[in-house]
Structures are given as structure tokens and as C-alpha cells.
Design a protein around this ligand. Structure first.
Ligand code: NAD
Length: 397
């Protein structure tokens, strides 16, 4: 079986799906690796390193002509999708809940689509394949560094002949994988750190990192299914925003990471909260997206400074800004997935397997993933027939 690594094409995407050291691990399973020339350049992995490890360096055209499996980090571009043909498979983080149309297009082309984002994450045997966790971990680390770089004072307490600097007070809202890594990194930089989440289980994790857990009296547990949070009701949301405002005002730096699967990110930092912060404070919004983020006024990929001197960083794809670490981890995840799917030198698709049921999105000309297929159903008849079909999301704030 020929597995091919293509050069990522989205703007700012410096990661690569496989690093050279993966090639030796795939060979015993009968997998030969093709690498598009320059695919690893963004992660400082030259063609020569792949060739030395035993890969063939080829053109994109040869990949689409000869490869059985295409390995990507993110969704293939429209041009790349047009090159894919019946019988080929694509494996990557395809975000099918956000873009179900891509799954439908790939199915129509007879392409098998496998998305690492659908992995059941709480099974111990899926840990090596968990790309959402590995990339969130990298992004959380970088979020703390971005915050420190934007902040006009030190993170640690420093006692020097020129005076004593008090440590920065950092608040992390949403303490899943990214939030915990942001806490750990801010602590290593010497800040005094607090964390908050709607899942009570995260309290011990926050405290084990030496941070203080913020408990809100107005909002109870919002633990949902599979270890994720559920969406808050409108009343809970308002109570949460109001109570958080006081906590936010007492911190110099706020890093937000809150997400609810398949929904728009919850708004945690309101305009009132931003107004209550001291000039020079910094907010890094890891939830920033085209749909809106965790912070009023944040825009993905942009840094804005408010009238009262608060810097708001709309963090976008932070994992791609630490490309070698992110690619090393992703390469292990996607290799583990590829090996899980491979039998007798070919892909063995079997959606009765618990892991495959989560990750196989399209196969044999059909969208086979129930959650994605349901997003593609025509909208129920409504009094407003001109409105579009169901999206990933409804209004939340
Ligand atoms: P995520 O990216 O979906 O969300 C980030 C965090 O935002 C979560 O902790 C969530 O609880 C929080 N959040 C959502 N709405 C919020 C709100 N209104 N206010 C405050 N916080 C809010 O989360 P993730 O990092 O992907 O992790 C999700 C869960 O999966 C966690 O429980 C994590 O421990 C778990 N997980 C488990 C394993 C495993 O069992 N091996 C592996 C990976 C992740």
C-alpha cells in the first residue's frame, strides 16, 4: 500500500502529516511512503530527511495518480479534492461536523474519508491516535507564550536591584487539554494561575498543576457526554458571564479555551468584563472563530487593542505555529490510526469496529458516519422554506 504525505496548502499551515521517523514504523505493515517535495519544509523537515528514512520524494501529480492513501493534517483544498479518485482514501483532521459537504463530495467521488477528529477519546487504546488532544496540548502551550509576549510586565515575581515585580495573575477559562497545558506553561513561567471549567472533574486536574480552581456559585455542573461539557441554558449563560466578570477584573491575563462539540464557542468574557479589566491586561481567545469566540470583539487571526487598553488576541491555529512539535505528535497519531486500519497490506474498513465507527466518514460512495449524515439531511419543512439546511451550530449567545 502506498501512503502519501501532501504539502499542506492552507494559509499559515506549517505542519506536516508524517515526520521521517514514522516511515520505519509503517514499513513492516507493508506501507511505502511517498512524500510531496517540500511537504516538511514548514516544520524544518527537508526532503533529504524523508529520503534518508526511505520515502520516495515525488510530485503532487504523482501522489494523486498512484497513492492508495493520502495523509493530511487539515481538510484538503477544493483543488486537491478534485484530484482524488475512486478507491483512494484520505486521512486527516477533516472537521466533518463543521464541513459535512466535504464528506458528501468525497463520498460522491468514491473516496474513503477518515477523520481523526471523530475518534472516541476516552478509550485507553485510542490515546496514541488522539490528534485533538496532541494538537490542543501544543496550542495551549503556545497560548501561554503568546499571552506572555503581549503582556507589558513579567509573568514571574522578580526581585532585582531595580525593584520587585509582582507576578502576573493569569486566569484560564476552560480547562480541557489546551487549558491545562496553558496553566502548566504559565505556572512554569512563574505566574500565579487560576482555572475555571463547568466540568467539576477538572477541579482536581487544575489543582494538581498548582493552580487555584475558581468555583462559581451561580452555575452548577455542566458536564455532558464523553467527558465534554454540555451547552449552558440562556439563564446559566448569563449568570456565568455576570459572575465571571468580577474574577476576570482581578486578573492581568485571561486565556480562554472553552468549546462545546458541534456548537458555537460559549461567550465567557463580555464587553462589561473587558471594561472592568485594568489597562495593559491581555486576553488570548483560543475559541476565536468565524462563528464568534469566547471573548466579545475577538477576531480569529487578529490582535485588537480596546479603547481601555486591553489587548485581545484572536488565536487561530496556534498548533501550526509550533510546527515541528505539533507535526511530531500528529505523525504518531496518524501512524497509529493508519496501522489500526491496515490489514494484509491494505485498508480494512469495518465500521462495526468502535474506533472506525467514529472516524470513518465516507466509504463505498456513501457518508457512513451517522452524525455527519444527519447534518446533510434536507431541512424539515418549515414556514420559511428559503432558509438553509442544518449547520454545525445554532445561536448560543
Ligand atoms: P474542548 O476543547 O471540547 O473544550 C475545552 C474546555 O472547555 C472543556 O474542558 C470544557 O469543559 C470547557 N467548557 C465548555 N463550555 C464551557 C463554559 N461555558 N464555561 C467554562 N468552560 C467550558 O475539551 P477537550 O480539551 O477536548 O477535552 C474534553 C474532555 O475530554 C475533557 O474532559 C478531557 O479530560 C477529556 N479527554 C479525555 C481523554 C481521555 O480520557 N484519555 C483524552 C482527551 C480528552
Amino acid at each position: 500500500m502506498k501512503a502519501a504525505v501532501v504539502k499542506e496548502t492552507s494559509p499559515g499551515e506549517h505542519r506536516v502529516a508524517l515526520v521521517p521517523e514514522a516511515i520505519n514504523r509503517l514499513r513492516p505493515a507493508g506501507i511505502d511512503v511517498l512524500v510531496e517535495s517540500g511537504a516538511g519544509d514548514g516544520a524544518w523537515l527537508p526532503d533529504a530527511a524523508y529520503a534518508d528514512a526511505g520515502a520516495s520524494i515525488v510530485s503532487a501529480a504523482e501522489i494523486y495518480r498512484t497513492a492508495d492513501v493520502i495523509l493530511t493534517v487539515t481538510r484538503p483544498s477544493a483543488a486537491a479534492v478534485n484530484e482524488l479518485r475512486t478507491g483512494q482514501a484520505v486521512i486527516g483532521m477533516l472537521a466533518p461536523l463543521a464541513d459535512p459537504e466535504l464528506a458528501a463530495t468525497l463520498a460522491a467521488r468514491g473516496v474513503t474519508a477518515i477523520s481523526l477528529d471523530g475518534l472516541p477519546r476516552t478509550l485507553s487504546r485510542t490515546q496514541p491516535m488522539d490528534a485533538l488532544s496532541s494538537q490542543s496540548n501544543v496550542a495551549g502551550y503556545k497560548a501561554a507564550l503568546v499571552a506572555a509576549a503581549e503582556f507589558g510586565r513579567f509573568f514571574p515575581m522578580l526581585i532585582t536591584a531595580a525593584g520587585t515585580a509582582r507576578p502576573a495573575k493569569v486566569l484560564v477559562l476552560g480547562t480541557g487539554v489546551a487549558g491545562l497545558q496553558a496553566i502548566g506553561t504559565a505556572r512554569r513561567l512563574g505566574a500565579v494561575v487560576s482555572g475555571y471549567d463547568v466540568r467539576p472533574a477538572s477541579k482536581t486536574e487544575v489543582e494538581s498543576l498548582g493552580a487555584t480552581f475558581v468555583e462559581l456559585t451561580s452555575v452548577g455542573s455542566a458536564a455532558g457526554q464523553g467527558g465534554y461539557a454540555r451547552e449552558l441554558t440562556a439563564e446559566e449563560r448569563q449568570a456565568q458571564q455576570e459572575e465571571l466578570t468580577g474574577h476576570i477584573a482581578r486578573h492581568d491575563v485571561v486565556i480562554t479555551t472553552a468549546q462545546v462539540p458541534g456548537r458555537r464557542p460559549p461567550l465567557l468574557v463580555t464587553e462589561d468584563a473587558i471594561k472592568a479589566m485594568a489597562p495593559g491586561s491581555v486576553i488570548v481567545d483560543m475559541g476565536a472563530s468565524a462563528l464568534g469566540g469566547n471573548v466579545t470583539g475577538s477576531r480569529p487571526g487578529e490582535t485588537v487593542v480596546t479603547g481601555n487598553g486591553i489587548t485581545i488576541v484572536g488565536a487561530e491555529n496556534l498548533a501550526a505555529t509550533v510546527p515541528t512539535a505539533a507535526s511530531n505528535a500528529y505523525s504518531r497519531n496518524i501512524s497509529a490510526m493508519l496501522l489500526h486500519l491496515t490489514k494484509n497490506g491494505g485498508l480494512a474498513i469495518d465500521t462495526s469496529d468502535e474506533i472506525q465507527a467514529g472516524v470513518v466518514i465516507a466509504h463505498d460512495g456513501k457518508v457512513v458516519h451517522d452524525g455527519v449524515a444527519s447534518l446533510l439531511l434536507p431541512a424539515a419543512p418549515s414556514p420559511h422554506p428559503t432558509q438553509g439546511g442544518p449547520g454545525v451550530d445554532g445561536p448560543s449567545d
